[in-house]
Structures are given as structure tokens and as C-alpha cells.
Design a binder for this molecule. Structure first.
Ligand code: RM4
Ligand code: MN
Length: 390
């Protein structure tokens, strides 16, 4: 065994970790076959934020909530900010949604019609105005743009229009605001996607400037992709801005992070740490991008942030000196063993004790179940339309 660290050597770094929650995780979601409702599901953005705040109260890990516009549109974002702060959380990333409007059938920021491109750019301007009211620093752009059939549109012209649209949006940001461009290799477009991979995102954001970075959604890669390599490369280039964590078995499943492949999550977090991603001035932000189609949503989010925390703790336990030595000696099996020793370490008891020492529930999942809060919400939130996609 090569895990010499004591747990108390890694708690300072662990204490720095925060994981942003997506407001949409608390609304109903589903597949194209069926969206199931759950008793107690929020009816509006205020209730979604209250649920996110509950996750933070239970774990101390999730101090910010990401919003999706227009899903979370409200009249008064200053009031929404105060509502969040009253509950002990802050508003985080603003996600610009340009994928549910009829006009965007053939694209948004890449559209060939200047009027539709204008409308899409203006939507991002509105998101930036919202960021001023909420105090958010990140504008996240994920586009559904792409084509379904070869020849449908010019791949090159779309890329050029995208660059021009992004430049206008970037120009509009303040000096403390960032733009993060997310990539996804397919869906809803099936032949080509306008930002399919990290290289395209990197090329586009590099043309913009220092405050334009890439967002890596762990579910947005083809099966078998070495995601930790991409993490390393983007960090090496100073362009990894944020993560959308989730896990996938087949497509963009948006399941609980660390559920499908805990070892992959470990490998990703190891690269984050090895490249300084948990340092005090790290540009890398952690966010969840998940949906809870059949499980309860608040405990689903609690489980998710705990999975990230547990795997971060294990990745922090890698004996770096032993690893360096084994690598220098080309000790293939020895180096691999150093990594596996950390991965196989059960950090749960130590984390439970540490949580208790910080005034948090030792076992957040159990504490939430025992609190009766889920029943309370089901009784309180009667009537009205439950929030969901759209
Ligand atoms: C996309 C992408 C975005 C998310 C939407 C809901 O696939 O992952 O980050 O905001 O889904
Ligand atoms: Mn995402």
C-alpha cells in the first residue's frame, strides 16, 4: 500500500471544493418517451433554488445554483438573488438556451439568416444583463446547432458565422465575466454538430480572448474517449473553464456523476488535481448537469456532490512522490499500483467524521431521509404546474 497521507493533510483542499447545482435537476425531466412527475417537485425558480439550498445545507458542498434562461426567467433577478442569499446560496452560471424556439430549427448563432442570428445574439445579451443583476460570472453556451444530412448546409460557413456571433457576445462581457463554450459530439443534430469536440471549442474560444474558455461535459463524448486526457490538455492550454459533471452509459444520459464509471471520475479528478485545478486561483469550476428522471431529485443531487467529494478525496490521496519515482524508473506496474491504491481507499468514514467536525451531517443521505423534508415538500407543493423542461 502506498497511501501515506493522513486524511487531515487533504482537508484544507477538500474544504475549498464547491460544486454548482443545476436548477433544472430539481424540475421534472425524462426522455422523449415520458416525463414522470414526482410529488413535491418545484413549480418555479424560487422553489428550485430552495431545493438546491437544501442540498447545500446537508453537504456544505453546493453554494451556488446555475440558471437556464428562459427556463428560469423571472421578472426581478435582483429579488431572486436576495431569495437565494436568504437561503444561504448564490446564483451561479447563466446558461443561454437557444434550442427550444421555432426560429432555431436550422440553427441559432450559426443560422444563415442574419435576423435569426441577431435574435440569438440578443438572447445572450439578455443573459449578460441577467448576470449583472445576479452577480454571476459565467455565461455558458451550449448550442443545439448542427445538421442532420450531409450537404444540408455549408460546414465552413456555419463555423464562420459562429465565430462572428461569439465575438459579438464576448465583446459585451465585463472584465470579471467569462464565456464558457460547451461541446457535444451529437444530438439533437445527428450528422454534424457545430461545436462537436474540445478542439473546436478551443479554436473558437482562443480566437475570442482570455476570458473565453471551454466547458467539458463528461457525458458529451463518444464511448471509449479518454476524457482525462482532454482535461489535461485543456488545462495545459489554460482553457478549461468548467465541468458539467454527469455520467453516461450509452448517450447523453445525464445520470448521477460517478454512477456509471467511478474509476473514470477518479481519473478525471486526478488530472484536475495534478494540473492545479483545486488550487486557490484555479479557473476550473465544477458544476453538475444532470437530470433525475425516476429517482428523487434532492437526494439525487446530494448523492452526486458526495460522489464528487469522495472521488476528489481519493484522488488527493495519490502518493505523488511514489508515483514520480515509479514513473521515472519506468516501473509500469508500480506506477499503476500507486494510482490504484488511492482509488481503492475507502474515504467515507474519514469524510463523515470531518463533516461532523464542521457542523454538517455525518451522513447527508441518511440525514435528509430522516429529516422528513421530502414528505413536507410533497404536502406543501400542491397545485400549480410542476417545473420541467420547456
Ligand atoms: C445540453 C448541455 C447543456 C445543458 C442542456 C440542458 O445537452 O449539456 O449543458 O444545459 O443539455
Ligand atoms: Mn452540459
Amino acid at each position: 500500500m502506498t497511501v501515506p497521507h493522513r486524511f487531515d493533510e487533504i482537508t484544507e483542499t477538500l474544504a475549498r471544493q464547491s460544486i454548482e447545482l443545476p436548477s433544472w435537476a430539481f424540475g421534472n425531466s425524462g426522455t422523449r418517451f415520458k416525463v414522470f412527475g414526482t410529488p413535491g417537485t418545484p413549480r418555479d425558480t424560487h422553489e428550485k433554488i430552495a431545493d438546491a439550498a437544501k442540498v447545500h445545507e446537508m453537504t456544505g458542498l453546493a453554494p451556488t445554483v446555475a440558471l437556464h434562461i428562459p427556463w428560469d426567467d423571472v421578472e426581478d433577478f435582483t429579488e431572486l438573488k436576495a431569495h437565494a442569499e436568504n437561503l444561504g446560496v448564490e446564483l451561479g452560471t447563466i446558461n443561454a438556451n437557444t434550442f427550444q424556439d421555432e426560429d432555431y430549427k436550422f440553427g441559432s448563432l450559426t443560422h444563415s439568416d442574419p435576423a435569426i442570428r441577431r435574435k440569438a445574439i440578443d438572447h445572450h445579451f439578455r443573459c449578460i444583463d441577467i448576470m449583472h443583476a445576479t452577480g454571476s460570472t459565467d455565461l455558458k453556451i451550449w448550442l443545439a446547432d448542427g445538421t442532420n444530412y450531409p450537404g444540408q448546409d455549408s460546414l465552413r460557413a456555419r463555423q464562420d458565422r459562429l465565430a462572428a456571433s461569439l465575438a459579438e457576445i464576448y465583446e459585451r462581457l465585463d472584465a470579471h465575466q467569462r464565456l464558457v463554450l460547451e461541446y457535444k459530439f451529437f444530438e439533437p443534430a445527428f450528422y454534424h454538430t457545430d461545436v462537436p469536440d474540445w478542439g473546436t471549442s478551443y479554436a473558437q474560444v482562443s480566437a475570442l480572448g482570455d476570458r473565453a474558455l471551454t466547458c467539458l461535459d463528461t457525458g458529451h463524448h463518444a464511448p471509449g474517449t479518454n476524457i482525462e486526457f482532454i482535461v489535461m490538455q485543456l488545462m495545459r492550454l489554460g482553457k478549461l473553464g468548467s465541468f458539467d459533471f454527469n455520467s453516461r452509459f450509452y448517450a447523453d444520459d445525464d445520470l448521477i456523476v460517478g454512477a456509471a464509471d467511478p474509476f473514470q471520475l477518479f481519473r478525471i479528478l486526478y488530472e484536475v488535481i495534478a494540473n492545479g485545478g483545486l488550487g486557490e486561483d484555479s479557473p476550473v469550476r465544477f458544476m453538475l448537469d444532470q437530470c433525475h428522471n425516476i429517482e428523487e431529485k434532492i437526494p439525487g443531487q446530494i448523492r452526486s456532490v458526495l460522489n464528487v467529494q469522495e472521488m476528489t478525496a481519493r484522488a488527493l490521496l495519490v502518493d505523488r512522490a511514489a508515483l514520480d519515482k515509479a514513473q521515472a524508473e519506468h516501473d509500469v506496474l508500480g506506477a499503476n499500483e500507486v494510482l490504484m491504491d488511492a482509488f481503492q481507499t475507502d474515504v467515507r468514514p474519514a469524510l463523515a467524521r470531518w463533516r461532523a467536525s464542521r457542523g454538517l451531517p455525518e451522513e447527508p443521505m441518511r440525514a435528509y431521509a430522516d429529516s422528513g423534508h421530502q414528505r413536507y415538500l410533497a404536502e406543501q407543493r400542491v397545485g400549480g404546474a410542476q417545473a420541467g423542461w420547456g
